[in-house]
Design a protein around this ligand. Structure first.
Ligand code: PMP
Length: 304
């Protein structure tokens, strides 16, 4: 991935892909204090558009605020830079990764005097959990690792350090052949996937864990809004793992994962063992929105 043509926005300017490097004493590399975003651009009917760019940019700014990292760029600059990266790489549809990290001026955990850097890269990225999984559903397993307590890493921030926990969970279940992990919160309730929010469908209603121990997903918010428009009731509440086993349908949401059906959890078949009808309706509507086929949600698209 490091060796390719193209451009990465780094600290205010586009640089050739291979030159967008950083020092080995970069503070974030050692201590994990940093934050990032995962954003997607789609080849919509009227041209390439970034999905919910302002919401992703606001979450990035909030993540930096939570960590008291002094963001050197304003909202407009960050939004324009994300568009610029898509244009400069001539990408029709892609994943966009802005990251905010500390410089290499000093080691030790005192970070307030360090420089803050921002880089934004973009690359083509297909279905995160596999094209087949998008239709047939994936197999997931509950990890033995617990999602962060609200007072450990703080869940509103999309922080670099959170992903150690995600990677531990994912590699644990992937080793056993599952596609993705579910993490439980400190009290044993379902929190989210390693890189996704989770929804269950029971008797025509949609349930999703409240935001205590999961990331405030932008896809999650979009799906909640779309469900409302389809007249599907949505309830945010604590969910137990056996509620998930007995659900009619289960699916993940996320920028990378989009809307991914789940056909099996902890070796228990979910519903009919395939993508359920409500999941399919929401998935179809979601893809209609990101591809610019829903006039009411044109506002979610920022054309590059
Ligand atoms: N939870 C975690 C841990 C994630 O990494 C992601 C992906 N950003 C999500 C949920 C979904 O968030 P979004 O829909 O904003 O991508």
């Amino acid at each position: 991935m490091a060796d390719r043509d193209g451009f990465i926005w780094q600290d205010g300017a586009l640089r050739p892909w291979r030159e967008a490097t950083t020092h080995v004493l970069t503070h974030t590399l050692h201590y994990g204090m940093g934050c990032f975003e995962g954003v997607r651009a789609y080849k919509a009917e009227k041209g390439t558009a970034i999905f919910r760019l302002s919401e992703h940019t606001d979450r990035l700014l909030n993540s930096a605020k939570i960590f008291q990292m002094k963001m050197p760029y304003d909202r407009e600059t960050l939004m324009e830079a994300q568009k610029e990266v898509v244009r400069a790489n001539a990408l029709e549809s892609c994943y966009i990764r802005p990251i905010v990290f500390y410089g290499s001026e000093a080691m030790g955990i005192a970070a307030s005097t360090l420089s803050v850097h921002v880089a934004i890269a973009a690359w083509p990225w297909g279905a995160y959990l596999g094209a087949e999984g998008m239709q047939k559903g994936i197999r997931v397993k509950t990890s033995s690792f617990t999602r962060h307590h609200v007072n450990v890493n703080m869940c509103r921030a999309k922080s670099v350090a959170t992903y150690t926990n995600s990677i531990l969970a994912h590699q644990e279940v992937a080793t056993d052949g599952y596609d993705e992990a579910i993490l439980l919160d400190v009290d044993g309730y379902v929190a989210e996937g390693a890189g996704e929010n989770i929804f269950i469908v029971k008797a025509g209603k949609l349930y999703t864990p409240d935001l205590t121990s999961c990331l405030e997903g932008i896809t999650r918010a979009s799906v909640i809004e779309l469900a409302g428009e389809l007249g599907i009731p949505v309830i945010e509440k604590r969910i137990t793992r056996d509620e998930v086993y007995c659900a009619d349908e289960v699916f993940f949401t996320g920028t990378a994962a989009e809307v991914t059906p789940i056909r099996e959890v902890d070796n228990r078949q979910i519903g009919a063992g395939c993508r359920g009808p409500i999941t399919e309706r929401l998935q179809t509507l979601f893809f209609d929105c990101v591809n610019g086929r829903v006039p009411a949600h044109e506002g979610w698209l920022a054309y590059v």
